[in-house]
Design a protein around this ligand. Structure first.
Ligand code: NAD
Ligand code: UDP
Length: 343
């Protein structure tokens, strides 16, 4: 990222409120925002993060970012925070994200993710804060009918978590339409992995990981026994599932561009991925070679609802925000392990 370019373009009210800022992607985005001179306010209830992240961000940024330990479902506390801080924009990461849990407890997901977003927008309207960047997901495309997936692909969530993302996208879109001063950027993440080069922040869920990369790390560091590869009979190059893995710092930097290129009155939607498909086996092998560690695995049956391959068409975000991912799969694997080996 061209630091000087961004510093020159940093806007006058440079205070950004980050919900879920102590989480995996939020913490990396704080570093990216700090690098270009933004002031960051964090709102997080620490349901999937800890205060230690704040200490580590302080070491990386050499600066303290104010934390409001608030549940976004608590309207009054959130409103008071906005009245006090008067942020110029919001990046909304706070949400629950475990697909299986969302199937077992859908109301928890609808309550936290959708009601939380409604509270946030309502409050933003009250305090005249008009720009929101929202963390959406490739999961909104369901089982995609064509590859690579572009932003016009039909939305078809196949689990409650995915449904919350579709509903939130729509609610945000309608909120923007009410007032010409408002704007939104919906960012549909593909598969973020890896860690910041300090290795002080990374993907460290409070419970057993569901996603592939944190699971690989937990096997490599001895916390889990072996990776179950969910199916090797897909119509793919080696039979295992294909995904679009993207370095979390590339992803973080896209948020900075979304803020800098805000266009009043507009709702924008972008895929964030590399545009390249990588199989489960390729990821495990690259991890082993780069880090010189063994990752035990076994092949089990397919996971319900998994698509054979999912990778992004990333032309739109390249054309409109001049953003593309440039860190390699090797860098993703190396940084994931440098962060995860001591967990
Ligand atoms: P994360 O769980 O690491 O971070 C989310 C943070 O939000 C946590 O710190 C948690 O404590 C906080 N939070 C949750 N509910 C809250 C509430 N009601 N009030 C206040 N704070 C709350 O998750 P992440 O991986 O950083 O994901 C961030 C966002 O990106 C989520 O919305 C997620 O759905 C979305 N996303 C993530 C991925 C991924 O693979 N990590 C992929 C696509 C989309
Ligand atoms: N996967 C796997 N074993 C695991 C976790 C995931 O084989 O323990 C596979 C999964 O089937 C998919 C890929 O790894 O093909 C990425 O899965 P993940 O849950 O990380 O992301 P998503 O399914 O949301 O793309």
């Amino acid at each position: 990222m061209e630091v000087i370019y961004f510093m020159m373009h940093a806007k006058s009210n440079n205070k950004i409120l980050i919900t879920g800022g102590y989480g995996y992607i939020g913490s990396h985005t704080i570093v990216a925002l700090h690098t270009v001179g933004y002031e960051v306010i964090v709102v997080d209830n620490l349901s999937n993060s800890t205060k230690k992240i704040g200490k580590n961000l302080e070491i990386i940024c050499k600066k303290t970012h104010k934390l409001y330990e608030i549940n976004i479902l608590n309207f009054d506390e959130l409103l008071n925070c906005f009245i006090k801080e008067k942020p110029a924009a919001v990046i909304h990461f706070a949400g629950l994200k475990a697909v299986e849990e969302s199937v077992k407890n859908p109301l928890l997901y609808y309550q936290n993710n959708i009601q939380g977003t409604i509270n946030l927008l309502d409050i933003m309207g009250k305090v005249d804060c008009n720009n929101i960047i929202f963390s959406s997901s490739a999961t909104v495309y369901g089982n995609p009918s064509e590859m690579p997936i572009n932003e016009k692909h039909i939305l078809n969530a196949i689990n409650p978590y995915g449904s919350t993302k579709i509903f939130c996208e729509k609610i945000i879109d309608d909120w923007v339409k009410v007032n010409k001063k408002r704007s939104s950027t919906i960012l549909r993440y593909f598969n973020p992995i890896g860690a910041h080069e300090s290795y002080l922040i990374g993907d460290n869920p409070n419970s057993v990981p569901n996603n592939l990369m944190p699971y690989i790390v937990s096997v490599a560091n001895g916390t889990s026994e072996k990776v179950s590869i969910f199916g090797d009979d897909y119509p793919t190059k080696d039979g295992t599932g294909i995904r679009d893995y993207i370095h979390v710092m590339d992803l973080a930097e896209a948020h900075v561009l979304a803020i800098l290129n805000d266009q009043r009155g507009r709702s924008r939607v972008y895929n964030l991925g590399t545009g390249k498909g990588i199989s489960v086996l390729e990821l495990i092998k690259t991890f082993e070679i780069e880090n010189k560690v063994k990752v035990k695995y076994t092949v089990s049956s397919r996971r319900e609802g998994d698509a054979a391959e999912v990778y992004a068409d990333v032309k739109l975000v390249k054309n409109q925000l001049n953003w593309s991912a440039n860190r390699t799969l090797k860098e993703m694997c190396k940084s994931a392990w440098s962060f995860g080996k001591n967990l």
